[in-house]
Design a protein around this ligand. Sequence first.
Ligand SMILES: [Zn+2]
Length: 281
Amino acid sequence: MWLGAHLSISAGLPEAAETAASLGANTFAYFTRNPRGGSARQIPAEEVAAWQTARQTYAIGPTVGHMPYTVNLAGNKTSVQGFARMVVAEDFRRVESFAGEYMCLHPGSHLGDGAAAGIERVVAVLKDSLPHASSTTMLLLETMAGSGSEIGASFAELAQILDGAGAPPTLGVCLDSCHLFSQGYDFTTAHGIDQLLFDIDQTVGRDRVRAMHLNDSKFPLGSHKDRHQNLGQGSLGKQGILNILRHPWLSTLPLVMETPVEDIKEYEAEIALAKSWLSGD
Ligand SMILES: [Zn+2]
């Protein structure tokens, strides 16, 4: 099982691998660039080489980058669209340069213009800026909670984006257990998870789904609110999280926590907790 948390690569990729291992993780998430601003750290060749060694040493599985929140592919201003094109293209190349497997993206907000118009704009950016040839790297569209004018709050919308962009091998989907619970998928019941799998199979298909953000939710089922909670302390609770960890297919995905912590060292206890649930403690 690939289990980890959102860390940082600002001190270097080999350091992130070492930190992950020290927390009991064998995968991790990271921001592909400053999440609020726009600047990106260049990753020198020596660091890439050291990273390749470190990930062998610490047996790090597929990693899951996250693009900044300031990018809005569905934005209706030319400058916003231009920034999104630049960031998608640059970050994809940078993640690819160190053979990072996945990078997640919030599809965007249509800002009141309606989902259809927003999806059209997301598709246009992806068509222009995402490599279509197969690659070591995939951009993953994240399943969103559906607050405000967020696009991606249903698998049907993600399928429209995938199809519109021509379904390149470089484009996939990242699940988020908090956001999906907010959409109405009840992870605490077998029926809820069956419904999730059914909907995935009817739309984007399981092959496109490559990673999952493992978060509990502060808000109840179907709230359409995006507020992460620590594992077991929210509405999914121990049962909901355990249903994911024990699921024959969901548990094969890299599972990365983005739960609220003051310090990433706190993830050590949270990862240990998830493992103890899994072993039946
Ligand atoms: Zn996200």
